[in-house]
Structure formats: C-alpha cells, structure tokens
Design a protein around this ligand. Sequence first.
Ligand SMILES: [Zn+2]
Length: 76
Amino acid sequence: MQNNQSQQRPSGFNCPVCQGFIPVSIQLILSTERFVCPQCFLEIKLNRGESKKALDALEKVKDAEDGVKKASVFRR
Ligand SMILES: [Zn+2]
C-alpha cells in the first residue's frame, strides 16, 4: 500500500494555547462539535458563531481539503 504523504498535507490547525498541531479531518468537523489538543488537552468547542477564531482556522482546513471535498459527495 502506498501513502502519498508528501503530496497530501495532514489537515488540522494549530492549538491557540500551545501552538501544537491538532489533526482534524473534514469528516470530523462535520460529525463532532469539539476537538481536544493532543498536546495540552485544550478542549476546542465548535460553537458556530462564537468560536470565530476556530472557524477561521477550520476554513484553512477546508481550503486544504478542497480537492477531497470535490471528490466526495456530502448530502445535506
Ligand atoms: Zn494545545
């Protein structure tokens, strides 16, 4: 099995507290409302509207995963 990790960036964002990388996939964003930093265990809740900073960070994840989104079909 081949893994093209050099082409595929890990999606996620940096923790606002420890700056550690929090891996987050689009699927996770869509299916959960909170993430935990693996390094400082900060809990980041996705209160849409309230957590503007977190959502901004997630926008970058969306950009990174744009190709994946195009290839995937999400039903509303
Ligand atoms: Zn952290």
